[in-house]
Write a protein that binds this ligand. Structure first.
Ligand SMILES: *Cc1c(COP(=O)(O)O)cnc(C)c1O
Length: 369
């Protein structure tokens, strides 16, 4: 069986380095907000070309704290609206509703699965204060067009970079293309911790300082609290492990690109729609290799019978979730089509050439319904 994604061999590549990092933390006697978090923040910021990085407990909390910090700073208020792609992973939407801000769902482009900039303007209301962009599946969104709309309308641009570590547009890494960015280091992401972890990037010193306080009970100075903040800290152990993984991110992304290149060149099946790279090789880091077919479930069954495990990202769109019952009657045809048809092929930096060959052969053997 070719697994969709197996984390064990990925982390086994760095087994000794990870053990050394964990040992350093164990022996330090300091487990929360110490040297490892500080060093990871500096190294992650440098690797992205960002000014400030703030380590956070996970990706959802990173996005939630960006919006919360903008509220504390008077940029956003409860009842405001934020534009967000209708086909994103649910966490993007949760970060908005958690802050009692209204998500305005906008349909994606069917080629790239990213926010369609041509549809944004029509969705804006006087209450819209920001656009939350998602670089879905690892591909940088149309940031030049989106930033132009935002600056014309005086909107903040927040990037959800949870799937796109290292993706670049015009020589700049995602997370530095808007006003603030949330990253996730969930174990299965391109830069994965060995537990939950996340970060906020921004060039805005006031925002960075506010997020830094908010992640730690709303405290800038020990035992002084400016805000009623949560505990959303990144811990020393995950930071130390992430420092190891960060060293290898560029190499792992290169290996993902090589696999994607082979899929794109060698999958030849009129029943299978391949992903579109709209803005050059550097703009996609292939967190997922997502194809579409009319009979997705039949296609998935065919691949499984040939020993190829696949996953659907995602089966139910946010507006059809029970958590958002009030939106269940709405219609987003492009988003619904995507959720009906997408299937993610195996993609991992440790896939062998033989495994890639076997996936390609199994896909090419499929006779569409
Ligand atoms: C994974 C993910 C998140 C949430 O990150 P967690 O660390 O799992 O909380 C947010 N947005 C997107 C697009 C994601 O893929």
């Amino acid at each position: 069986m070719i697994p969709f994604l197996d984390l064990k061999p990925i982390n086994a590549q760095y087994r000794q380095e990870l053990i050394d990092a964990a040992t350093r933390v164990i022996d330090s006697g300091w487990y929360i907000l110490g040297q490892e978090v500080k060093a990871f923040e500096a190294e992650f910021a440098r690797s992205c070309g960002a000014v400030h990085a703030v380590g956070i407990s996970n990706g959802l909390d990173a996005l939630t704290l960006i919006l919360r910090a903008y509220k504390e700073l008077g940029v956003l208020a409860e009842g405001d609206a934020v534009v967000v792609p209708a086909n994103t992973y649910i966490a993007t939407i949760l970060s908005i509703t958690e802050n009692r801000i209204e998500p305005v769902l906008v349909e994606p482009d069917l080629g790239t699965y990213n926010l369609d900039p041509d549809l944004i303007e029509a969705a804006l209301t006087p209450r819209t204060r920001a656009i939350m962009v998602v670089h879905l599946y690892g591909q940088a969104a149309a940031m030049t067009e989106i930033r132009a709309i935002a600056s014309r309308r005086g909107l903040k641009v927040i990037e959800d970079c949870a799937q796109a570590h290292g993706a670049m547009l015009d020589g700049r890494v995602v997370g530095t293309l808007g006003d603030a960015a949330g990253y996730s280091f969930y174990p299965g992401k391109n830069l994965g911790a060995l537990g939950d972890a996340g970060a906020v990037l921004t060039a805005d010193p006031a925002l960075a300082e506010t997020v830094r306080a908010l992640r730690n009970y709303g405290s800038h100075v020990k035992y002084q609290n400016r805000y009623q903040g949560p505990n959303n800290r990144l811990d020393e152990m995950q930071a130390a492990l992430l420092r190891v993984k960060l060293e290898h991110l560029a190499d792992e992304n290169a290996r993902r690109r090589a696999i994607a290149r082979r899929y794109l060149d060698q999958i030849r099946n009129p029943a299978v729609i391949l992903p579109v790279v709209a803005r050059g090789d550097e703009s996609h880091v292939w967190h997922l290799f997502v194809v579409r077919t009319r009979d997705r479930d039949g296609f998935q069954k065919h691949l499984l019978e040939r020993g190829v495990q696949t996953v659907v990202h995602y089966p139910i769109p946010p507006h059809r979730q029970e958590a958002y019952r009030a939106w269940n009657g709405r219609s987003y045809p492009i988003t619904e089509k995507i959720h009906r048809e997408v299937l993610s092929l195996p993609m991992s930096p440790v896939m062998t050439a033989d495994q890639v060959d076997a996936v390609i052969a199994a896909v090419n053997e499929y006779r569409g319904a």
